[in-house]
Ligand binder design. Structure first.
Ligand SMILES: NC(=O)c1ccc[n+]([C@@H]2O[C@H](COP(=O)([O-])OP(=O)(O)OC[C@H]3O[C@@H](n4cnc5c(N)ncnc54)[C@H](OP(=O)(O)O)[C@@H]3O)[C@@H](O)[C@H]2O)c1
Length: 337
């Protein structure tokens, strides 16, 4: 399979010298926590994305305890010359305590990801939403610089939960990217964080762009999720930060907001496509990384970048995003993340 770089716009990945497609692929779904996705379906999701021009996969050592990385590793091995950048994450296979984020553990964690992915050097490793103290600690970044010097990783970044965490990490000179939730239900990063990241030359990956599917436009009050799906078991933050499930938005509030956003779209433009195109258009965003459970979702998402190319359609959707957020969501969401 030749790399299909031409079919999607690309943007610089911070100071790394790499560029990545503006729409990437999130692969949490290929590990666990979203109900069952078979090995065959997982491989087909990767292939569909790359066929559609995606050159960025986001994964983590903890997704399926390595399954997502291993599936990607097999895909990379089968497609030499693929041109794909793999962004993985580390730090959530152990308890989230600052003292666990040591140089020795970073070595062990990245060695495991190198084996899972079948690569000598990891393209990009992101700290996986560590405690704030880890982001404030000089030793964290000394250790990461050491891994770069040793050739274990080419670059590093940080996935964060809050705007405050994103802002405090931007000053680190070696930092390639910050990953943070940005979507029509999560607008706070637009105020201060995105301009600051752009000024610092740090790439931004927008995660949970479809609010875990709430912005798919497919769910109703009757929609249910399997017991093995975090949309069942983490609704109130029982397993990890509540903000990672439906963006922290109450399900019924999110349904009502999604319905209002859908109503302003022209015929033929779906809510998920408009949402992804709108995120890509926010100044300072490098790439959006929607998760997909099926090849059809992956293909549709990769095709979404141009969904709001009509300026009137963009303006109407943008106005609705801000109006609906201010009316329904701001009071609950803005102070938290
Ligand atoms: N702490 C962190 O660093 C962190 C946390 C969360 C996520 N992430 C990363 O960010 C990625 C994206 O976030 P996410 O996967 O949590 O949430 P998301 O991208 O907001 O939502 C993914 C879900 O949206 C639905 N969907 C996707 N494409 C669709 C389409 N074209 N049409 C209709 N529905 C569609 C699917 O729901 P159904 O399953 O119902 O089909 C899919 O499972 C993850 O995969 C992961 O790589 C990182």
């Amino acid at each position: 399979m030749p790399p299909a770089r031409s079919s999607l716009p690309h943007r610089a990945l911070g100071h790394t010298g790499r560029d990545v497609s503006v729409i990437g692929l999130g692969t949490w779904q290929l590990g666990a926590d979203w109900g069952d996705v078979s090995d065959e379906d997982a491989a087909a999701v990767l292939a569909a994305s790359v066929d559609a021009g995606v050159t960025l996969f986001d994964t983590a050592d903890v997704y399926g305890d390595g399954r997502s990385e291993q599936i990607i590793g097999r895909f990379l091995a089968a497609h030499p010359g693929h041109g794909i950048t793999v962004a993985t994450k580390m730090g959530r296979r152990q308890e989230q305590r600052a003292e666990n984020y040591t140089a020795a553990n970073f070595q062990v964690w990245t060695d495991r990801s190198r084996r899972n992915l079948g690569v000598e050097t990891l393209d990009l490793v992101q700290l996986h939403c560590p405690p704030t103290a880890v982001l404030d600690d000089e030793r964290t970044f000394d250790a990461l610089d050491g891994l770069v010097d040793a050739g274990a990783i080419a670059a590093y970044g940080a996935s964060v939960e809050t705007v405050a965490q994103g802002l405090r990490v931007l000053g680190r000179p070696g930092l390639a990217n910050v990953q943070i939730i940005i979507n029509p239900f999560r607008l706070k990063p637009l105020d201060e964080f995105l301009p600051a990241a752009a000024a610092a030359g740090v790439a931004v990956f927008a995660r949970v762009p479809l609010a875990s599917g709430l912005l798919s436009g497919r769910y109703t009050t009757a929609t249910t999720f399997s017991a093995a799906d975090h949309r069942s078991y983490n609704r109130e933050g029982q397993a990890f930060d509540k903000g990672e499930t439906f963006s922290g938005v109450d399900f019924e509030t999110g349904l009502a907001a999604a319905t209002e956003l859908s109503a302003v779209l022209p015929d033929g433009v779906s809510l998920p496509a408009a949402t992804l195109a709108w995120i890509v258009a926010q100044p300072g965003v490098t790439a959006v990384i929607p998760g997909a459970r099926t090849p059809a979702q992956a293909t549709a998402n990769a095709a979404a970048a141009s969904a709001l190319d009509d300026p009137e359609a963009y303006a109407a959707f943008d106005a609705a995003v801000h109006e609906v957020y201010d009316r329904r969501l701001r009071a609950a969401i803005h102070p938290q993340w």
